[in-house]
Design a protein around this ligand. Structure first.
Ligand code: BDR
Ligand code: CA
Length: 313
């Protein structure tokens, strides 16, 4: 079967990404690498360990990644992230810490090793900043030709971002890393905000998880309800919360859930549009496309899959 690595800044939708992957018989989750964003890297790692435990999968190893963008020397969680995901990243719901330690190997070395081991069978899904994968490619450039696919949640092809008019949160944390990844020649599929914001979850949906009566069902319902409540304040017109990160996982498993455009892209790293994901004018006529961008999604099919898969865990 296909092997998957998730790279997470483990907030609420990242947690749903873990659940979606673990509920999918089509893939084996061989590891989680931690990044920063919704929370600090150590809190994200802690969340990933606790969530894999609560979902009954303590065999999934968790690796600590780089704690800030390569262009900066530190990282601080934005107040808006704490508002949307809770101070602990998981909707301020308390779950027991895992007794398992984080792995000793670094996230970057684990990624490189896994690409050499599994090659085209490996799909890597970053749902936070692209700092770890960019560092892995810098350390071992050969991996761009070996890896099966990289499906990122980040950016947008059409609509404005969620940080400012141009920029989506994950890309904004480390535009240089995303730009390096986009132009590295690695196969990259971009699942942007314009598509993920079409896929929404409501209280009615989370209630189904609560009704399963399981510990994990109750935890996911409580955690996601916190996130839906935040969306009621930040984006009341939507009528639910965005399913950003689990959509990237779902597409990594089944690309037919979205319509993909073959397009070589880049990220603006300078000026007022810093962080914008856009067609790369240098490679626009290059017949060889290394990137695909999602432009539409089968909303009902995906949302139903998500409710059902996570509900069955
Ligand atoms: C992305 O930013 C984070 O807050 C979410 O987890 C998601 O990955 C959406 O812009
Ligand atoms: Ca995320």
């Amino acid at each position: 079967s296909k092997k998957m690595i998730l790279d997470l800044d483990t907030g609420v939708d990242d947690a749903m990404a873990i659940a979606y992957a673990l509920a999918s018989p089509e893939v084996e989750l061989i590891g989680i690498t931690g990044t920063y964003g919704n929370v600090l890297v150590d809190q994200g790692v802690r969340n990933s360990l606790a969530i894999t435990d609560i979902l009954g999968h303590p065999e999934v190893p968790v690796f600590r990644g780089i704690e800030h963008a390569s262009t900066k020397d530190s990282f601080e969680v934005l107040p808006i992230s704490a508002f949307i995901h809770g101070k602990n990243g998981i909707g301020d719901v308390e779950i027991p810490d895992s007794p398992r330690p984080v792995e000793e190997q670094s996230a970057v070395d684990f990624i490189i090793e896994a690409v050499h081991k599994y090659g085209k069978d490996l799909v890597y899904v970053p749902t936070g900043p692209d700092t770890n994968i960019a560092a892995a490619i810098k350390k071992d450039p050969e991996i761009v030709n070996l890896i099966g696919n990289i499906v990122i949640m980040g950016g947008a092809l059409t609509v404005p971002g969620n940080v400012n008019a141009w920029t989506e949160a994950n890309i904004s944390q480390d535009p240089e890393a995303a730009d390096f990844l986009f132009r590295s020649g690695a196969p990259v599929t971009m699942i942007g905000l314009d598509v993920t914001l079409q896929t929404l979850l409501t209280y009615k949906d989370t209630q189904k998880w609560r009704e399963t009566g399981t510990k994990s069902g109750e935890f996911f319902a409580d955690m996601v309800d916190f996130y839906i409540k935040a969306y009621e304040t930040t984006a009341p017109h939507l009528g639910g919360c965005g399913l950003h990160d689990p959509l990237a996982v779902a597409v990594a498993i089944d690309p037919t859930l979205v319509t993909l455009l073959d397009l070589n892209m880049k990220v603006d790293v300078e000026g007022p549009t810093r962080g914008r994901t856009i067609g790369d004018e240098q490679r626009i006529t290059d017949p060889h496309k290394t990137m695909k961008a999602a432009i539409a999604v089968d909303v009902d099919r995906f949302v139903n899959e998500l409710i059902e898969r996570i509900g069955n865990l």
